[in-house]
Design a protein around this ligand. Structure first.
Ligand code: NDP
Length: 307
C-alpha cells in the first residue's frame, strides 16, 4: 500500500509517521514538500498534481489551519487550508479510488447542552475555524470517494504547542494559575489518534468496516481546570519543590476574552468508532499520564502555547 501523509510535523502528523510506517510505502510531506511533490495546503493545483503523480492508495491529511483565534482575522486562509485543500485531496483521491483520512473537530458543533455529540447531530459552528472545518468535511463527502473523517478534541502530545505543555510551563513559572472550568471535553493524545488511524484505515480499506465520520476521543470527560490540576499534581508528585504553582483557581470562560468563541460542550460520543472497529478506548488520563512521563520534569524547553 502506498500512503501519502500531509502535515508530517504537526502533533498528529508526527505520530502518524510512526503508526503508518508498517502499513506500506509512506511518503510524508510538510508544507515545503520533497522531491518535486507538493505538501502545501495553499497550493491547490500542486496538491492535485502530487496525488496524480504519486497515485497513493491512501491519503492521510494531518495538516490544517489550527490557530483558532487567528482564523477569525484570516478567514480566507483558514478556508483554503481547512475546506478547499481537503476538497481537492478528496476529489483527487476519489478519481483514483484511494481512501482519504481527514481530521475534524468538536468546534463544528455549537457547544450547547451537556449531552455528548453524536456523529449525525447537526453541525452549527460558532467560529471561523469550526465553520471552515465543517466545510472541509462537507467537501470530502461531496467528492464521493471512500473516506474516514475523525472528529477529535483537545489534542496534546509530547511535542508541539498544546494545553498540557503550557500548564507544565506555567506551573514552573507562577505561584497561581487561573483556568476555565465551564468547558467540557476529553483531552486526546496524538498517539491514540495515530494508532486508531492506522488500524481503522487498514480495516476500512480491506472492507471489514465502513468509512464515514467517527468521533475519535478517549473515554471520560473533564474540564480545562480539572485537566490542569491533574497535570500539575502529576508534576508535583514527580518533582515536588520544582513546581511553583500552589493554587489553580477555576474561572468561567467569560473571564477570558478570546477572538474565537470556545464551545462549552465539546463532549464527543465515541461509541460508533468503538463498535465499528472493535475498539475499547482507554480513559483520557491514561494517555495524559503516559505523555507526562515521557516529557519528564522539568519539561524540556520549547514552544508551548495554548491550543
Ligand atoms: P498542529 O497545529 O500540531 O499541526 C498542523 C500542521 O499543519 C502543522 O504541521 C502545520 O505546519 C501544518 N500546516 C499548516 N498550514 C499548512 C499549509 N499551508 N500547508 C501544509 N501544512 C500546513 O495540529 P494537530 O496535529 O493538533 O491537528 C491535526 C488535526 O486535528 C487538524 O485537522 C486539526 O484541525 C484537528 N484537531 C486538532 C485539535 C487540537 O486541539 N490541536 C482539536 C480537534 C481537531 P507548520 O508547522 O509548518 O505550520
Amino acid at each position: 500500500m502506498k500512503i501519502l501523509l500531509l502535515g508530517k510535523n504537526g502533533q498528529v502528523g508526527w505520530e502518524l509517521q510512526r503508526s503508518l510506517a508498517p502499513l506500506g510505502e509512506l511518503v510524508a510531506l510538510d508544507r515545503h514538500g520533497a522531491e518535486g511533490l507538493c505538501g502545501d495546503l495553499d497550493d491547490l493545483s500542486g496538491l492535485a498534481r502530487t496525488v496524480r503523480e504519486l497515485r497513493p492508495h491512501l491519503v492521510v491529511n494531518a495538516a490544517a489551519h489550527t490557530a483558532v483565534d487567528r482564523a477569525e482575522s484570516e478567514p480566507d486562509l483558514a478556508r483554503r487550508r481547512n475546506a478547499e485543500a481537503p476538497g481537492v485531496l478528496a476529489q483527487e483521491a476519489a478519481r483514483l479510488g484511494a481512501w482519504l483520512v481527514h481530521y475534524s473537530t468538536d468546534y463544528v458543533f455549537d457547544g450547547s447542552g451537556e449531552a455528548a455529540w453524536r456523529e449525525d447531530d447537526p453541525v452549527a459552528p460558532a467560529s471561523v475555524y469550526g465553520r471552515t472545518k465543517a466545510e472541509g468535511e462537507a467537501a470530502i463527502r461531496a467528492a464521493g470517494g471512500p473516506h474516514l473523517i475523525f472528529r477529535t478534541s483537545w489534542v496534546y502530545a509530547a511535542r508541539g504547542g498544546n494545553f498540557l505543555r503550557t500548564m507544565l510551563r506555567l506551573a514552573a513559572e507562577r505561584e497561581r494559575l487561573t483556568v476555565v472550568d465551564d468547558q467540557f471535553g476529553a483531552p486526546t493524545g496524538a498517539e491514540l489518534i495515530a494508532d486508531v488511524t492506522a488500524l481503522a484505515a487498514r480495516e476500512a480499506a480491506a472492507g471489514r468496516a465502513p468509512g464515514g465520520t467517527y468521533h475519535l476521543v478517549p473515554g471520560g470527560v473533564t474540564n480545562w481546570h480539572a485537566y490542569a490540576c491533574h497535570v500539575i499534581e502529576a508534576a508535583r508528585r514527580s518533582a515536588g519543590a520544582a513546581v511553583r504553582a500552589t493554587a489553580v483557581d477555576p474561572v468561567p470562560s467569560s473571564a477570558y476574552r478570546t477572538a474565537a468563541r470556545r464551545p462549552h460542550n465539546s463532549r464527543l460520543d465515541n461509541h460508533k468508532l468503538q463498535q465499528a472497529f472493535g475498539l475499547a478506548l482507554p480513559p483520557w488520563q491514561a494517555g495524559v499520564d503516559r505523555v507526562l512521563t515521557e516529557i519528564g520534569w522539568p519539561p524540556a524547553a520549547g514552544p508551548a502555547t495554548m491550543a
